[in-house]
Design a binder for this molecule. Structure first.
Ligand code: SAM
Length: 265
């Protein structure tokens, strides 16, 4: 029998999904939202099963929906047809995706940061902007990085904005956190190279040594790297700035460094 279409914002599952816009409720539930058929399907292919899945009740014939619903139910989750208006309320967008799902947040422990010459790590000092963080996750995935190390207090990688900007990469890279003293202690024993990017650096990023296990270390959007983090680097590199701007956007700078690392592999 087809499931009953949910139209009321007072429905308990809808209230729970809407609450995931806030970090407090993501922490309470351990869940976050991902939107769109392609991203949810890729998540399932990578072994992440939706805890809740809502889909446009007027589009029951969407290709792939059956498999998503089955994956959700296999994992003990609930798949619910909802009115288009409710999809808009959950996503807080005028043009919502036809499918929205809640997945379990997965973070890797710091012991997952292992040296691998074929897979760099990208470390971010106090990243504040979820759009930057999502874009960096997408770039990390694109270059085949092992994952992202969030140093000190960071914006939430599982916020709706970061997940949207990651375009599904959040399901395919490790995310781990270290506070600054722990990163500095870890850096002392890291058997590879830590390459920091900084505006005052002397070395052009195209002349740097990108061989061996690498951590690419990026500074905060406003303040750059702390002195202690900069001192932990084996090399500090810069991207030349020829115009009037004094710096590149963090995600753009990360993309340049990460692709230079990839080019040198
Ligand atoms: N006012 C900040 C500063 O003094 O570092 C600007 C920070 S910038 C928006 C964010 C980060 O992106 C920097 O900390 C650095 O890691 C990287 N970055 C941006 N432009 C760069 C450049 N031209 N060369 C090297 N790193 C750069």
């Amino acid at each position: 029998m087809p499931a009953e279409v949910i139209t009321s914002p007072a429905n308990a599952d809808i209230k729970l999904l809407r609450s995931l816009a806030l970090r407090k409720y993501r922490r309470q539930t351990g869940w976050f939202l991902a939107e769109g058929m392609r991203i949810c399907t890729e998540a399932v292919q990578l072994g992440h099963l939706p805890q809740r899945l809502v889909y446009a009740a007027d589009r029951p014939d969407m290709p792939g929906l059956d498999r998503l619903v089955a994956a959700c139910q296999t994992g003990g989750g609930r798949a619910l047809p909802v009115s288009p208006a409710l999809l808009g309320k959950i996503s807080r967008k005028d043009n919502p995706q036809m499918v929205i799902a809640a997945f379990t947040m997965v973070e890797a422990g710091p012991d997952s940061i292992r040296p691998d010459p074929a897979r760099c790590w990208i470390a971010l000092d106090r990243c504040r902007d979820p759009g930057n963080l999502g874009t960096i996750m997408r770039t990390a995935d694109a270059v085949g990085a092992a994952g992202i190390i969030l140093i000190a207090e960071s914006c939430d990688p599982f916020s709706v904005e970061a997940v949207r900007a990651s375009m599904g990469a959040i399901f395919n890279i490790a995310i781990t956190r270290l506070d600054e003293p722990d990163f500095l202690a870890f850096a002392k024993d890291w058997p590879g190279r830590i390459t920091g990017t900084a505006l005052p650096a002397a070395v052009d990023y195209r002349a740097a040594d990108w061989g061996g296990p690498q951590i690419i270390l990026m500074g905060n959007e406003q303040a750059g790297l702390t002195d202690a983090l900069a001192a932990s680097c084996h090399q500090l590199v810069k991207m030349p700035m020829q115009g009037r701007s004094d710096s590149l956007n963090l995600a753009v700078a990360t993309g340049l460094a990460a692709y230079e690392w990839l080019r040198c592999q």
